[in-house]
Design a protein. Structure first.
Lengths: 159, 179
């Protein structure tokens, strides 16, 4: 029957919906304001999970991540600023817990290194191209040279 | 600089990068190692209930004037079960070290039963019921052990269980340094 045609598509849609739950743990939370919720979501996105070092607090299922998310919610409710919460985290877990490292003498290489390499590479490439182009460009031939060329081409005996 | 030598700059750069990356892959380097933010800083201030006498409290002020091993453990943590006999062993072999057991996000009754059944290596036992003390210490999960010197300064944080190899290769040299 005709409706059977739609079964594969519906199955796919169903499976795709399910995959949304494979990412972050779903927590039913209430906040005092939309602003507080926005700050919370930003903080947990930018803080690294201390256990699962390749995910942020938002996407980690580790118990410590859940504890830290709860801690952040508590501090937000107490009225702490974003800077104070970040200071709290780095004092206990180190700079590495920030996905966006703070600019300091130590992290300058991290921040500016790739850009510096890119600029250096650009200049090196430019230099290489200029040196190649330095070879004399024959340009067009004068009338005299054209005639000589024709003689040479036509002269089969010269072969 | 000689033009010829300039040709070698990319090769030198490549070899330098290669060296750096190979060093990163070398044996013994742990990609999960995050240096403790608390290294050489004082033990965080705290007051928590004693495991065996909930009316009494244990405070951070008690971690002075001696060498302390602060061990985070829980009954729901299998590596802590595996580590336990070795802690009992240490408590007998090294009586000059004070072992402090922090029961982390656990049921205190189950914790007391566990210690009664398997022996209690700890000189001081306290309860961190909600894990807030663990956050202050910067732990990720039990078992974790901190070495504290007589001035109350954290000298070393060990993530994972302590076994004979960890003890002889890591802790013993450190203890020799501290004493």
């Amino acid at each position: 029957m005709k409706t059977l045609r739609y079964v594969p598509m519906m199955l796919l849609a169903f499976l795709l919906l399910g995959s949304a739950y494979a990412a972050a743990p779903i927590e039913d939370l209430t906040f005092a304001s939309a602003e507080e919720e926005a700050r919370y979501n930003k903080l947990i996105a930018e803080l690294r999970c201390p256990k699962c070092l390749n995910s942020n607090l938002a996407g980690s299922d580790a118990p410590i991540a859940a504890s830290l998310r709860a801690e952040i919610r508590e501090q937000l409710a107490e009225g702490r600023s974003d800077a104070e919460i970040i200071e709290f985290m780095t004092a206990r877990y180190g700079e590495f817990v920030l996905y966006r490292p703070r600019l300091s003498a130590g992290t300058a290489l991290l921040w500016f290194g790739p850009l510096a390499l890119l600029i250096a590479g650009f200049f090196i490439l430019r230099r290489m191209l200029i040196l190649q182009r330095g070879e004399p460009d024959p340009g067009t031939l004068s009338a005299e040279e054209q005639r000589k060329l024709q003689v040479l081409l036509n002269d089969k005996n010269a072969r | 600089m000689n033009t010829r030598l300039k040709l070698f700059i990319p090769a030198v750069f490549f070899l330098a990068m290669l060296g750096l990356l190979l060093f990163g892959l070398s044996d013994g380097r742990d990609p999960n190692h995050v240096p403790s933010a608390l290294a050489n800083r004082p033990v965080p201030e705290f007051t928590r209930p004693d495991l065996f006498d909930p009316a009494a409290t244990v405070s951070s002020l008690q971690l002075r004037g001696g060498i302390f091993l602060v061990n985070y453990w829980a009954t729901w943590c299998p590596p802590c079960h595996a580590e336990h006999p070795y802690l009992v062993d240490i408590s007998k072999r090294a009586p000059e070290i004070t072992l402090v057991g922090i029961n982390y996000q656990d049921d205190p009754e189950l914790a007391r039963e566990f210690l009664a059944e398997r022996g209690n290596p700890f000189d001081i036992s306290l309860v961190d019921a909600d894990g807030s003390l663990g956050i202050d210490f910067g732990i990720t999960a039990p078992p974790e052990t901190f070495l504290v010197d007589s001035s109350g300064t954290i000298r070393y944080r060990h993530v994972g269980m302590i076994d004979h190899r960890v003890w002889t290769e890591t802790f013993e040299p450190l203890l020799a340094q501290i004493q």
